[in-house]
Design a protein around this ligand. Structure first.
Ligand code: HEM
Length: 154
């Protein structure tokens, strides 16, 4: 029998997993833009750029936005996994994998900066980004496939 879930919980799960997919997709767009416009070393420090929490200088604007969105995405992906573990067990496996992969991805981002764009690490960062997007997308589709419970008429 197909799994069912409380309507409100399904809505929250869909909203969280959609937000994760949208944030990861935006990150990949930003990341490839940073790479192809040769701005990968525009911000030489880690985790913050030289201006700290201030308004980013034009020089490393995209690099700083890439990092900022990464933090927001990590929080969203982590919340999605926590919500799935507690309320939507059927989708929790891929949600947990996504949460683990995003932590690795942040570590790889740091390594890119420390190694000054080591080609192998940049390539791994791209592939891991694809894996992360896949896990978030499967979580979203799995949540979508769960039917909302129909309350019996009183
Ligand atoms: C957490 C989610 C993240 C995702 C999904 C992501 C994704 C990507 C992608 C797809 C690229 C393009 C790679 C290529 O074109 O080969 C990229 C580039 C880059 N990312 Fe990330 N990234 C993430 C986090 C981070 C973090 C936290 C940092 C921290 C410094 C970072 C630093 C970089 C840098 C420096 C580049 C440019 C590399 C170059 O110029 O060759 N990324 N990212």
């Amino acid at each position: 029998m197909a799994a069912t879930i409380d309507r409100a919980k399904r809505k929250v799960m869909l909203a969280l997993s959609f937000a994760s997919v949208a944030l990861i997709y935006s990150l990949m767009l930003l990341g490839v833009y940073v790479t192809t416009s040769h701005q990968g070393l525009s911000c030489p420090d880690w985790p913050l750029c030289p201006n700290g929490f201030g308004i980013p200088a034009e020089k490393y604007l995209f690099e700083q936005i890439h990092r900022l969105v990464a933090v927001i995405a990590a929080a969203t992906v982590g919340t999605t996994a926590a919500y799935a573990i507690k309320n939507v067990k059927n989708v929790s496996k891929t949600a947990i994998i996504a949460a683990a992969v995003i932590s690795i991805q942040i570590g790889l981002g740091a390594l890119i900066v420390f190694t000054k764009l080591n080609a192998l690490i940049v390539a791994t960062h791209l592939s891991t980004g694809v894996l992360l997007l896949a896990m978030a997308l499967v979580t979203l589709l799995s949540a979508y496939r769960i039917r909302p419970e129909v309350k019996p008429a009183q």
